[in-house]
Write a protein that binds this ligand. Sequence first.
Ligand SMILES: [Zn+2]
Length: 252
Amino acid sequence: MDFTVKEYKKLLLALKDQSYTFQTFNEFINNPNERSIVLRHDVDLLPYNSLAFAKIQAKEGVRGVYYFRAVPESWNEKIIKEIAQLGHEIGYHYENLTTCKGDLEKGIQDFKKNLEALRELSSVSTICMHGSPMSKFDSKDLWKENDYRDFDIIGEPYFDVDFKEVFYLTDTGRKWDGNKVSVRDRVNSSFNLSFHSTQNIIDALNQNELPDKIMFTFHPQRWNDNLMMWSKELVFQNAKNIVKRLFYVKSE
Ligand SMILES: [Zn+2]
């Protein structure tokens, strides 16, 4: 079975075996290594899955970047702080033109407010657009009339990475070649390489067939086996605690 935590660990070990260095996106923008992997995580929902990824990486001495949305299904302050403490980079997964229905003025105010709130929890120097495929608005358009550098942001993958030089892989739709049909998660690639399963990537790694610079985008909520059960259990526990709290408030 693919897109399980077990498969994920195999991929991570195969990358380590090929002597790649692992850089956060911030480090990659500032000073990319000759042979470098950026493990990017878009925390669209189920942040406990991302925490599990962050822990697995920390155990292997590997660091990545985690982009959080300013919505309840992603924004968990305890988890954001914990992932930062494990040594990973925290970034903002912005979607302000979707939430503000295309209003640029409102959108940039919303961006500023959420970025400030995230900076209360961790330093933040990079951002990444959330694709919102169901929305007609593309939040990257925020930067047609604004400059994220004015907010001390040094990088946004869709603007600051030359994907002709950096090979891009994303787990869209639980396959590695699904971004061909993605609405917004597409890049101009010059690599004539395509992979379907995680095992395909591992095989290519073992043959040393992958480029020197790679950005992987993971949506950890898509990776599940017992991890999913584990986070469901946590959600269930949290729900029980909320019910308990409501009960106590009422009875006071
Ligand atoms: Zn997203």
